[in-house]
Ligand binder design. Structure first.
Ligand code: GLN
Length: 291
C-alpha cells in the first residue's frame, strides 16, 4: 500500500525546510537580514546553537518548536527587531538582556567603550549616566579588572536589567547601580576619573528620519531629548566638572550631525578641550571633553 503525501504538514517539516520557509517570508517583507534572522530565531525557538542547527537540517522539528517559531516569525514580520524578540543582544562580544525600558545596545556605542578602556588610569573609577542595559559600564569592567564603576538610570526596570547583566558577566561587585536622573543619586563631591554617557540625543523633529523598526520598539525616553536633542548633554555638562578628578575626562556618544552643537555646549560649560572620534561610517560619534 502506498501513502500519498502532497505537501509536508507543519508537524512533519524538517529544520532546514522550516528555516527556508521563514527566510522566504521575511525576504518577501523586504527584511534585508532575512536569512540571518530566520536562523537566529529558529536557533532560539529550538534552544540550539548554529552548529547544532546545521547538524539537524534533515531532522523533523517537534510541533511545539514549530509553534514557537510561528510566534517569533509573526513578530519579525511585524518588523520587531530580533533582539527585542529574543530579549538579548550582543555588544562588545558579550550577551546583554534587554527589556521594554532599555535601548537595544548599538554597535556604534562600542567606540565609546574602546576610548573609555584606553583613558582609565590603573585602579581608576568611572560613572555611566543613563546606563540602560548596563552595556557600557559592564563592558568596561569586563575588560579592566582593576576598575570600579557607578551607573545611574532614572528607569528602575532598566537598573534591574543592568543588575542581571552585571551578575551574568561577573562584575556586580565592582558596579554600584543607583536610581535617579544623571548625577542626582551621587553624593556631592564624589569624583571620578571618567564620566561616560550615551544619553537620548534625537530631536523630536528627527522622528520621521529614523529607522521605523527601531523607533517603534525602543523606549522613547532612551531616544529623544528636548532642546533639539541637546537637553541631556546640557544637563550633564552643567555639573560634570564638580564630579571629575583634576585630570578627569568626559566621553559622550553623540548623534552623527551633533558635533558642532556639542562643542558649543561644552565650551559654554567651561570645557577647554573637545575632541571627536569617528565611527566606522565616518561620522563624529564620540566626544571627549575636559576642563
Ligand atoms: N547606555 C545605554 C546604551 O548605550 C543606554 C543608552 C540610552 O538609553 N540612551 O545602550
Amino acid at each position: 500500500m502506498k501513502t500519498i503525501i502532497d505537501q509536508p504538514e507543519m508537524d512533519e517539516i524538517s529544520f532546514g525546510q522550516l528555516r527556508q520557509n521563514w527566510r522566504q517570508q521575511f525576504a518577501q517583507r523586504q527584511i534585508e537580514t532575512a536569512a540571518l534572522d530566520a536562523r537566529l530565531l529558529l536557533c532560539a525557538a529550538a534552544g540550539l546553537d548554529q552548529a547544532q542547527l546545521i547538524s539537524k537540517e534533515r531532522d523533523l522539528v517537534p510541533p511545539e518548536i514549530v509553534a514557537l517559531m510561528a510566534q517569533f516569525g509573526a513578530r519579525r514580520l511585524a518588523h520587531e527587531p530580533v533582539a527585542r524578540i529574543l530579549g538579548r543582544a550582543e555588544f562588545y562580544g558579550l550577551s546583554f538582556g534587554v527589556n521594554k525600558d532599555t535601548l537595544v545596545p548599538r554597535p556604534e556605542t562600542e567606540l565609546l567603550v574602546d576610548h573609555a578602556i584606553n583613558l582609565l588610569p590603573q585602579g581608576g573609577n568611572f560613572i555611566d549616566l543613563g546606563t540602560g542595559t548596563g552595556c557600557i559600564a559592564i563592558s568596561i569592567l569586563h575588560e579592566r579588572a582593576d576598575i570600579s564603576g557607578v551607573a545611574t538610570d532614572i528607569a528602575t526596570r532598566a537598573l534591574d536589567m543592568a543588575a542581571q547583566n552585571a551578575a551574568s558577566h561577573g562584575v556586580e561587585k565592582r558596579l554600584a547601580l543607583l536610581a535617579g536622573s544623571w548625577f542626582d543619586p551621587v553624593p556631592n563631591g564624589e569624583r571620578f576619573d571618567l564620566i561616560v554617557s550615551n544619553p537620548p540625543y534625537i530631536a523630536q523633529s528627527e522622528r520621521d528620519l529614523m529607522n521605523a523598526d527601531a523607533l517603534s520598539f525602543d523606549p522613547d525616553a532612551a531616544l529623544f531629548a528636548e532642546e533639539e536633542g541637546m537637553a541631556a548633554y546640557i544637563a550633564i555638562l552643567a555639573v560634570a566638572r564638580t564630579h571629575l578628578q583634576p585630570l578627569g575626562k568626559l566621553l559622550f556618544e553623540i548623534g552623527f550631525r551633533q558635533a558642532d552643537q556639542l562643542e558649543k555646549a561644552a565650551k559654554s560649560a567651561g570645557a577647554t578641550q573637545v575632541t571627536f572620534f569617528k565611527d566606522l561610517s565616518g561620522h563624529n560619534r564620540v566626544a571627549q571633553i575636559s576642563w
